[in-house]
Write a protein that binds this ligand. Structure first.
Ligand code: C2E
Ligand code: MG
Ligand code: MG
Ligand code: MG
Length: 284
């Protein structure tokens, strides 16, 4: 798109808005042919338990395009969901995560890996059979996999979602509700669906430190207690300080993920970290 003065002089596009618009168009163009996308990789963010042991991790997409540079998931995932590119990209994420789990398994590390899966993927009729095939092909133990879904999944076709989740849960795959409390769904699904884990969104965790008046304390406590009562693991995301960690630990949270512990790191970095720590004992 070339920048032109509007012929009638009615409106003015400032340079920043113009650049953002061009970037949006370029990203959309790249996503219209997902098989041609290059520069995708996965990073893994460690999750720690109450003893400070590295317990599991979450796979997070990174896209470093040769022309556009780094494109953040917050920027491209919504667009990829819009134009269905997420189906192909998501399949790549699943295969790449499995390759990582296989590498961990072969080295004797028994971590589980959380994979973000979009509603568009879950609603594909062959999602569960495809997923099981991928695991079998690579020789992956299904109990190493946690699938993270958001509440948007739960306001879509719930019958299809339930069927898919049940099929996968029967194989030993676990499900986690990501960004819990920030979507628009009802709590009814917690009764209906096989959910093993609930992730408290960073939005609530952010207030747990300096702002004693915040209502987030009550919300965080309620989510932790509800998770416990449901027999689900409660994970706090976006933990950035020691005081947040200690508050959450005192109040019965089980797993922690955030910059206080570690940023997402590359596969190679992750494996060498594990090897250095031999059986992954981190004391904090
Ligand atoms: P999410 O699944 O809720 O992932 C957590 C996000 O919070 C990640 O951002 C992570 O890097 C960031 N984060 C973790 N700890 C901290 C912290 O202490 N401070 C701050 N400021 N941020 C923290 P990221 O990697 O940019 O991903 C953003 C979102 O994009 C993810 O949110 C997820 O919804 C989506 N996403 C990422 N990878 C995939 C994928 O493979 N498939 C799908 N469908 N979505 C993905
Ligand atoms: Mg997630
Ligand atoms: Mg999350
Ligand atoms: Mg989040």
């Amino acid at each position: 798109v070339a920048k032109q003065d509007s012929p009638m002089g009615f409106f003015h596009i400032d340079d920043k808005a113009f650049a953002a618009y061009n970037r949006f168009i370029a990203i959309n163009n790249l996503l219209s042919q997902p098989q041609k996308i290059s520069g995708l990789s996965l990073h893994f963010q460690p999750q720690f338990n109450n003893d400070g042991h590295l317990f599991s991790c979450e796979a997070l997409l990174r896209w470093n395009d040769k022309d556009m540079g780094f494109i953040s998931p917050a920027e491209f995932i919504p667009l990829a969901e819009e134009n269905n590119a997420i189906i192909e990209i998501g399949q790549w994420v699943i295969e790449e995560s499995c390759a990582f789990i296989k590498q961990l398994q072969d080295k004797g590390f028994s971590l589980s890996v959380s994979i973000n899966v979009s509603v568009k993927q879950i609603l594909m009729p062959d999602f569960s059979s495809g997923f099981i095939n991928t695991l079998e092909k690579q020789g992956i133990d299904p109990s190493r996999i946690v699938i993270e879904i958001t509440e948007t999944v739960l306001i879509s076709n719930i019958a299809v979602v339930k069927e898919t989740m049940s099929t996968l849960a029967e194989r030993g795959i676990r499900f986690s509700i990501d960004d819990f409390g920030t979507g628009y769904s009802s709590l009814a699904y917690l009764k209906e669906l096989p959910i093993s884990e609930i992730k408290i969104d960073k939005y609530f965790i952010d207030d747990i430190q300096c702002n004693d008046e915040s209502k987030s304390y009550a919300i965080v406590d309620a989510i932790i207690n509800m998770s416990k009562a449901l027999g689900a693991v409660c994970v706090a995301e976006g933990v950035e300080s020691e005081s947040q960690f200690h508050y959450l630990k005192r109040h019965g949270c089980s797993l922690y993920q955030g910059y206080y512990f570690s940023k997402p790191i590359s596969m190679t970095h992750f494996v060498s970290f594990l090897e250095k720590r031999a059986q992954s004992t981190v004391n904090i």
